[in-house]
Design a protein around this ligand. Structure first.
Ligand SMILES: [Fe+2]
Ligand SMILES: [Fe+2]
Length: 232
């Protein structure tokens, strides 16, 4: 296993853990405004110490995590939530799809707030996050997050690519995106996948940050079109 953290933009950091055994990386996205942190995807519970150390290496303090966004109920997306609940000295706010929020509250006593489809919540100055439900692209409790001011899509398990995180890629990654869907076969329903893509595409997107794989810029309309054509 290896891990890295990069500053992708002002106020935006990406932490990525690469598990070589399976050739897949797991990303967490950290938005920092006035020393308060929002984290999208918690990563695995067993990687929380690594995440904390790497946050400290760029002068971010895990105690300052104030907000957690959980795209769905799975170990890589919410596993470290109990550790964050332990270390955060803030009044922690947790946002999730209603079914996921119910599970987080039942299991972790998390007091997660269920978000409505297309609800926009202003987390800080210049940080408004829209929550888009994409039910059944994985399970029934899925959503993606969209940073309205920056037009950034945090796409969770959509637009994934195998391999290490290589920053924000501006070259054409079409084949990697198609391979991930065709070869990995991880999507339960192409019908729901296509309707999720149509729904997400209603938003203008400058940058896609998937949970697995590198960031994607340029070619974004082409990526949507190609994935919508896929039939399995
Ligand atoms: Fe997942
Ligand atoms: Fe995932």
């Amino acid at each position: 296993m290896s891990a890295q953290i990069i500053k992708a933009q002002d106020n935006l950091y990406i932490h990525s853990v690469f598990i070589d055994k399976i050739g897949l990386c797991f990303n967490q996205f950290i938005i920092e405004v006035n020393n308060k942190l929002t984290i999208i995807e918690t990563g695995f519970r067993s990687n929380f110490n690594t995440l904390s150390e790497n946050l400290r290496s760029v002068n971010l303090n895990p105690e300052m995590i104030e907000c957690v966004i959980v795209p769905h109920f799975e170990a890589d997306e919410m596993g470290a939530l109990p550790e964050i609940q332990k270390v955060s000295t803030q009044k922690l706010k947790i946002y999730a799809h209603p079914i996921c929020a119910f599970a987080l509250n039942d299991i972790f006593n998390a007091k997660a707030k269920p978000v409505k489809d297309n609800e926009v919540i202003k987390l800080a100055e210049g940080v408004s996050i829209k929550f888009i439900h994409i039910t059944h692209t994985h399970q029934w409790d899925c959503m993606v997050a969209y940073w309205v001011e920056r037009k950034i899509l945090f796409s969770s398990d959509l637009f994934i690519q195998q391999g290490e995180f290589k920053g924000i890629k501006s070259d054409n990654c079409m084949q990697e995106l198609i391979d991930a869907v065709e070869k990995e076969g991880y999507l339960p329903s192409m019908q729901y996948f296509h309707s999720a893509l149509n729904k997400i595409a209603e938003n203008e997107i400058n940058l896609i940050l998937p949970m697995h794989g590198s960031g994607l810029m340029h070619y974004i309309p082409e990526y949507f079109d190609a994935l919508k054509q896929l039939k399995l």
